[in-house]
Design a protein. Sequence first.
Length: 573
Amino acid sequence: METIQPQDGTYQLTDYSKVRENFDWEQTKEAFTWNKTGKVNIAYETIDRHVEEGNGGKTALLYSDAKREESFTFEELKLKTNQAAHMFKNMGISKGERVFIFMPRSPELYVALLGAVKAGAVVGPLFEAFMQDAVRARLEDSEATAIVTTPDLVSRIPHNDLPSLNKIIIAGESDLIGSEEKFVSFDENLKEASTDDSAIEWVDLEDGFILHYTSGSTGKPKGVYHVHHAMLQHYQTAKWVLDLKEDDIYWCTADPGWVTGTSYGIFGPWLNGVTNVVRGGRFSPDDWYGTIDKYNVSVWYSAPTAFRMLMAAPAEVLEKHDLSSLRHILSVGEPLNPEVVKWGWEKFNLRIHDTWWMTETGAMLICNYPSEPVKPGSMGKPIPGVEAAIIDDQGNELPRNEMGNLAIKAGWPAQMRKIWNNEAKFNEYFAIEGWYVSGDTAYQDEDGYFWFQGRNDDVIMTAGERVGPFEIESKLLEHPAVAEAGVIGKPDEIRGHIIKAFIAVNSGYEENDELIADIQKFIKTELAAHAVPKEIEFKDNLPKTRSGKIMRRVLKAWELDEPTGDLSTMDDN
Ligand code: PRX
């Protein structure tokens, strides 16, 4: 597909190559209250600032799911998040403590999360599909002191094994409330708390506000730690790339359990004072198109897997709905195939703008802008204030059109400040002096556009979610039938990749469909539904290095029928 030129009429066509020439992040600071007061809290800037500026009556949140439908103004969210901040402080939670949020999308989730940030805590959002072991790993590593959850999810918190966890705050009715001192009611405590703003903790730009756990190819999930400073980039990219205007109705489909759902499901839009749609429940084409139709969504941020699922839905589903309110569509999380861009162009008469970034980067870095031509299949160009390059393993910049490591000049505002409890891991990203090395491979073309080529580690992106093979392999080994396990991503038309496990079974077990189903169920109930290997293949032996490490690249080569490459480190016994 050819380059698609900017469309007139719908976007704010700022020329970002011009902005880039003399842009400096200091300029962005002027948008914020703390520029005048010297006092910082990202949650205050996200909500309260708009009230102070006279926009308290504007709708901030349009929430709905199959059972509920509610809307909240900025004023209402200000008061509720103040109450939540008081609630946490009344419980003795102080600055820097880790407070987890483990709930399905609901207004309470947003109130709890922003309230905890107002109180100066570092919030850890957990995806609702996590099962006990996934929850345990994250609470243990971060030594969380409190968690907000729901009656349906509370049983997945192994509280007896977590000595630091002294408050389990349940939103909704539960017999557990009051059964032990640590089980308390969210609703009651919120109701009783003051709405004044004295619970807001004023912090430094470099103080932490969020800890997003994400997967790598080895080891346990890592806690990626971000600081209030990130707001500069959330705000600025939401303006430049999401192109948000005062009267937009914006919908980011990501759950706050993942970084897209916080950086651009909470902070980006609200720092810009825009009305934000949150739709609870699961994906269905009818429901999603219905959400755009119902709320007249104008700016829509989603992911390639969702677009591909919508593409595969029967035409009537789309035809049933009026989607003419849409003016800007964006994508993140996986390569956006040109076919999807073509589909968007045909169905909505709009370009789909790809954006590239990571949990670790905190905010968008390489993007397609409304003002510039889109080359379908390309991630676009770095935002003003950010420098990206393709470098070799020694840190030399490679010529245009040569594939190498996608790296960013270290020091952008939303960059992670540490990996919780793991300095060595953090340092690995910055091992090449002056650069953050992403783990993605890409090339840059003659016009400066970046083209994603793949991961250069074993991290699996499935349906836009990032899963680490190691966590799944470790869990598989706990199943009594499994002797050895190796997990890879297998290319899939809809989901980008699916999870495939190669398994050697212990003697006495039969390799059959029943065992496959049992292993899948085991992962689903112990770890998470999205970590379940869709395919399981039995092998007598798995390829291993002499030190016993499963060679996933050999498994991948087998799967794809490709040459296995250098096998000199393989143990051939
Ligand atoms: O491989 C890249 C892929 O997602 C990884 C980061 O995953 P996560 O931290 O979960 O963040 C996802 C959303 C911010 C990257 O290393 N990725 C992200 N965006 C793109 C992408 N791959 C191709 N194209 C993109 N636009």
